[in-house]
Design a protein around this ligand. Structure first.
Ligand SMILES: [Zn+2]
Length: 57
């Protein structure tokens, strides 16, 4: 079962994983960034995917 997760907004890494129990958040294994925590997986995934913190070089 694959989820649609955007690359990490900080390091552009694609080694991102979802926490599967409360509190839900998305974690980047490359730079160890944690996304915003939410009480359900869909909200955590949406929050991760809508982060726009990577600025073009
Ligand atoms: Zn990262």
């Amino acid at each position: 079962m694959s989820k649609n997760l955007n690359p990490c907004p900080f390091c552009a890494g694609t080694d991102v994983h979802e926490e599967t129990s409360f509190p839900f958040y998305v974690h980047c294994a490359s730079c160890r960034t944690d996304g915003p925590m939410h009480d359900n997986a869909d909200a955590a995934r949406d929050a991760w995917n809508t982060r726009k913190e990577v600025q073009p070089a």
